[in-house]
Ligand binder design. Structure first.
Ligand code: UD1
Ligand code: CA
Length: 450
């Protein structure tokens, strides 16, 4: 099976600077959803690009065949521009790049119907309550297919037909190549219609689909949101059937490529995006956003934002933590409220529970990072590294001016500003010495009263 995906059109109604088919749905460009379904049934695929071709090509895998339709003169013209991809000895599946809900299983059923007899073409139709805008399937009194007529070319009588063309076809390659050159552009839009190619064939099979869902096209952002909602629901249902608990599917957003292990629980208002991988028995959310993270098992992340982090097992993050790119948290780490971590590795059993910034740092195992600790990693020009070795205790409200190293087992007194390395097993105090002025307040009061 060869497949052609039409994606050359203008998509004016999206009011976008970008081609319609690259707009993402659940984190994946629209056309890649179609491509994935098609690759389940076709051995060769050719995507027909035209308008903003380069941008479309950029999102396609490099091994996907592309044909270029210079001017968009209609759906038959689009297919004609990919005629080299059509094998006369093979079937051709044709569909659009803007129907991302189409599934492999649905395509399989269509192909099966096509093979059930010696058909020249199988077209896919569906009954629509409101068929406005679609090509109508016209049949004779005995129910035999006559033609597809586009809305603009349809008579008042024909417009009453509720059965419409979804735009998905399976042609016999040889037959398609025969009729394509015969298609004219004598219609209201002066376009070469693929639907006319169907009208020129003898053995036409109309496969009526039960529901329109899989063939829903996206023309504007309202439809984009509706289709995304359905796609999201499908993703969540797949996870739930695989053993992931999703407490509130209505407020949970999980991207297409995310992987989640069994018995993980996702609480409401959670966003899990990109290439994130989450292990088993984790608790995510509520109100959490996770992007491109690797999270191992038994991890809890609550009311937090994590981007590009690697979180190992038994770690607890949040509430209100922010993990940025390059964060690695080893087993049993605890990162608490208002703690930001960037490009830092934190060793096993270490805790940074309150109001802290750890940037460009290497932190060992069993370290206690006190409330309000700041790694001063930026000197105005460069980012510098802070190293805190195993078993260190950093007192609250410490500023570590990088580059600096706090060596194994040492103790930094609260309120210190550390600008020099601290030797092993030592105490560092770097703050003004406290002075108590006895009776000072009373003397002040007396002065004010006199
Ligand atoms: C088409 C069908 C109509 C069907 C409807 C279903 C034709 C003539 N009509 O109408 O029967 O009910 O789809 O959605 O086929 N494209 C190109 N190059 C072109 C023209 C179009 O690549 O020169 C692509 C577009 O990017 C789009 C798709 O083909 O993704 C459909 O084209 P469009 O002009 O929107 O067809 P419809 O009027 O929707
Ligand atoms: Ca359309």
């Amino acid at each position: 099976m060869v497949s052609l995906i039409l994606a050359a059109g203008m998509s004016t109604r999206m009011k976008s600077k970008y081609p319609k088919v690259i707009h993402p749905l659940c984190g994946k460009p629209m056309i890649l959803w179609v491509l994935e379904a098609v690759l389940g049934v076709a051995s060769r695929v050719c995507v027909i690009v035209g308008h903003q071709a380069e941008m479309v090509k950029e999102v396609l895998p490099s091994d996907v065949n592309v044909a270029y339709q210079k001017e968009q003169l209609g759906t038959a013209h689009a297919v004609m521009s990919a005629k080299d991809a059509i094998d006369p000895e093979d079937d051709v599946l044709i569909l659009y790049g803007d129907m991302p809900l189409v599934r492999k299983e649905t395509l399989e059923r269509i192909i099966e119907a096509h093979h059930s007899d010696d058909y020249d073409v199988t077209i896919v139709s569906v009954d629509m309550i409101d068929p406005t805008g679609y090509g109508r399937i016209i049949k004779d009194v005995s129910g035999r297919f006559v033609k597809i007529v586009e809305e603009l070319d349809a008579s008042e009588e024909e417009k009453k037909t509720k059965e419409v063309n979804t735009g998905v076809y399976v042609f016999r390659g040889k037959k398609l190549l025969e009729v394509l050159p015969k298609v004219s552009c004598e219609n209201q839009k002066k376009e070469y219609y693929l639907t006319d190619a169907v009208g020129l064939l003898e053995r036409v099979n109309v496969y009526k689909a039960e529901s329109y869902e899989d063939f829903s096209g996206i023309n504007n952002r309202i439809q984009l949101a509706e289709v995304e909602r359905i796609q999201r629901k499908r993703i969540l249902e797949k996870f739930m059937l695989e053993g992931v608990t999703i407490v509130d599917p209505l407020t949970t957003y999980i991207d297409a490529n995310v992987k989640i292990g069994r018995d993980t629980v996702i609480y409401p208002m959670s966003f899990i995006e990109g290439e994130t991988i989450i292990g088993e028995d984790c608790v995510i959310g509520p109100m959490t956003r996770i992007v491109n993270c690797v999270i191992e098992s038994q991890v809890s992340v609550t009311r937090s934002e994590c981007v590009g982090a690697h979180i190992m097992s038994n770690v607890s993050v949040g509430p209100f933590s922010r993990l940025r790119e390059g964060t690695v948290l080893h087993q049993n780490v605890k990162v608490g409220n208002f703690v930001e971590v960037k490009n830092s590795k934190i060793g096993a059993n270490t805790k940074a529970q309150h109001l802290t910034y750890l940037g460009d740092s290497q932190i060992g195992e069993n370290v206690n990072v006190g409330a309000g600790t700041i790694t001063c990693n930026f000197d105005g020009k460069r980012k510098n590294q802070t190293v805190i070795e195993d078993e260190v205790f950093i007192g609250s409200n410490t500023a570590l001016v990088a580059p600096v190293r706090v060596k194994k087992g040492s103790f930094v007194a609260a309120g210190s500003t550390i600008t020099q390395d601290v030797p092993e097993w030592s105490l560092a105090i770097a703050r003004a010495k406290q002075e108590n002025k006895l009776g000072w307040v009373l003397r002040k009061k007396q002065k004010e009263e006199s």
